[in-house]
Design a protein around this ligand. Structure first.
Ligand code: NAD
Length: 352
């Protein structure tokens, strides 16, 4: 099997390395419009070869991974789908909800498999959490808590194009948490502050944020994320239910120091997302190759990514207005129970 990688920047190079290490992948083809970049990446990576343009890449590969800047995703995804090539597109596939809706319709009409690169879905511990929640092992869900803290802020030149903290950082948990719970979100409340650097305020953004999600069955989730953690990169999800209380992302490398005598002390904390999600990224590539080969079902389809973007937009609206935002019925998650909102449950003021 030959897999193409379009865009060999930060994450494309990492994905290409992981793809080249897979037994089921014979060759990885690399394309980047910056002259010499693909050839340079290929020179250091056995099992890869650079090609000169996207058309050549799409003709020669069985599946393609798009690791290009977000603004290029819709056009490149359309090209890949038109060529009939199964695609893994980095998140998000589009940064505007209406554009994403149109894109999802086109993808589904084509019948071509498109996976979205939400790596939490491929993380072994998060996937096991999902399995246990859906198998009923946690019982009735009372509360989900997710934390997503970067170690250090991104380059400030990135901020005006990032889409803001909800679309850029919290989008991962806005995908993962509803996917875990399997019920529609009916209400969102979000708040944010600038505490790390004034550059975030100048970009009309915040650098720390909290989100409260209310699910149709009455359970809540709290999501907290920020752009600076002095100890390292911290991502955890905890689920408390009537039968169990489980956590993913809590291990000796979690950047957290307990003050209890026998509590954990952060040891060699994760410096960034590549280290924290190393196993997830490896697994993501293996699953992608299996989807291309038709061996497994697509675990992160394009339609489901509409949910996270819809919620991210609602979060931004809530942060700006200071009011909760009601979520109109959106796409239902497969396997999730259809739970109608209880009477009198919502006290929302704004509708997304
Ligand atoms: N899932 C994750 O954990 C995660 C982490 C980081 C980034 N991302 C996503 O990955 C994408 C890329 O981010 P990055 O940080 O690697 O960016 P980057 O800027 O480091 O790399 C992007 C590369 O794409 C190339 N490129 C630009 N236009 C192209 C085109 N038309 N065809 C082919 N290549 C093109 C650029 O030359 C560059 O080499 C973004 O959408 C981002 O949101 C996801």
């Amino acid at each position: 099997m030959r897999i193409g990688v379009a865009g060999v920047g930060r994450i494309g190079t990492m994905h290409a390395t992981n793809l080249a290490a897979l037994d089921q992948v014979d060759e990885v083809l690399l394309f980047d419009p910056v002259p010499g970049r693909a050839a340079q990446a290929s020179a250091g990576l056995p099992g890869t070869k650079s090609v000169d343009d996207l058309a050549e890449l799409l003709t020669a590969c069985d599946g393609v991974l798009l690791a290009t800047p977000t603004t290029t995703h819709p056009a490149l995804l359309r090209e890949a789908v038109a060529a009939g090539v199964p695609t893994l597109c980095e998140k998000p596939i589009a940064s505007d909800l209406d554009e994403m809706k149109a894109l999802v319709e086109e993808v589904e009409k084509s019948g071509v498999e498109v996976l979205v690169g939400f790596q939490r879905r491929f993380d072994p511990a998060v996937a096991e959490l999902h399995r246990r929640v859906r198998a009923g092992e946690v019982g009735d869900i009372y509360l989900v808590r997710a934390i997503g803290n970067d170690a250090n802020p991104p380059d400030f030149s990135y901020l005006p194009h990032s889409g803001g903290i909800f679309r850029d950082l919290l989008i991962h948990d806005l995908d993962a948490v509803p996917w875990l719970v399997g019920q529609p979100v009916v209400e969102v409340y979000a708040s944010g502050s600038v505490l790390v650097d004034r550059a975030f305020a100048e970009a009309d953004d915040v650098d720390n944020a909290v989100v409260l999600l209310k699910f149709a069955g009455g359970a809540h989730a709290t999501l907290a994320g920020g752009r600076h953690d002095p100890l390292g990169y911290d991502h955890r999800i905890e689920v408390l239910g009537s039968k169990d209380s489980l956590a993913a992302g809590l291990d000796p490398r979690t950047p957290l120091t307990s003050l209890e005598p026998d509590g954990p002390r952060a040891h060699d904390p994760y410096p960034g997302f590549p280290e924290r999600f190393h196993r997830a990224y490896l697994n993501e590539m293996a699953v992608f190759a299996d989807v291309v080969a038709g061996r497994v079902a697509n675990p992160s389809p394009a339609r489901e990514s509409l949910i996270s973007l819809q919620l991210a937009e609602a979060c931004e609206k809530s942060r700006r207005s200071g009011a909760p935002v009601r979520i109109d019925a959106g796409p239902r998650l497969p396997g999730g129970p259809a739970v109608p909102p209880k009477a009198g449950q919502s006290n929302t003021e704004v509708t997304a």
